[in-house]
Design a protein around this ligand. Structure first.
Ligand code: DAT
Ligand code: MG
Length: 151
């Protein structure tokens, strides 16, 4: 059981629609622990770093315009298999194909307004958590429920 950290963004569409809390609630209910959380507006520079893998793709300009268009909630989630569990809760990239019961399947319609970001793998997670959080902004703490979440 891999103890991992992952980077979640509640994207500008979710903040503007007033559903940030619903998105966070779905992630929190897994039992994963919130290690860091902040509201920020992503700069062009940060967007370029975050989405470097997509530079040159046709949707890239629109993606940067969208992700910088308003505040996001950046969250570092920690726990067993945090990366894959978060991706499962998110659903696939295109909401039209995302399963019912997932964030994108239930709360989104359009691939360009898909409500949530989550790191795709361990290398991305380490890099992305570092883009949004300093070490002293990630809190290591135990919860009274931890023994009821992980054996
Ligand atoms: P994910 O966010 O599921 O990790 P990704 O890393 O492939 O997906 O793409 C990053 C974001 O870019 C995605 O959340 C929405 C946007 N995007 C990806 N493919 C797209 C496409 N074909 N058309 C429009 N936007 C796209
Ligand atoms: Mg991705």
């Amino acid at each position: 059981m891999a103890h991992e950290k992952t980077l979640i963004l509640v994207k500008p569409d979710a903040v503007q629609r007033g559903i940030a809390g619903q998105v966070i609630d779905r992630l929190e209910r897994t039992g994963l622990r919130i290690a860091g959380m902040k509201l920020l507006q992503i700069s062009e520079e940060l967007a370029a770093e975050h989405y470097g893998e997509h530079v040159g793709k046709p949707f890239y300009p629109g993606l940067v315009e969208f992700i910088t268009s308003g505040p996001v909630v950046a969250i570092c989630l920690a726990g067993p298999n945090a990366i894959s569990i978060s991706r499962k809760v998110m659903g696939t990239t295109n909401p039209a194909a995302a399963a019912a019961g997932t964030v994108r399947g239930d709360l989104a319609l359009d691939i360009g307004r898909n409500v949530i970001h989550g790191s795709a793998n361990e290398a991305d997670a380490a890099r992305e958590v570092g883009l949004y959080f300093n070490d002293d902004e990630l809190l290591d703490y135990t919860r009274a429920i931890d023994g009821w979440v992980v054996e």
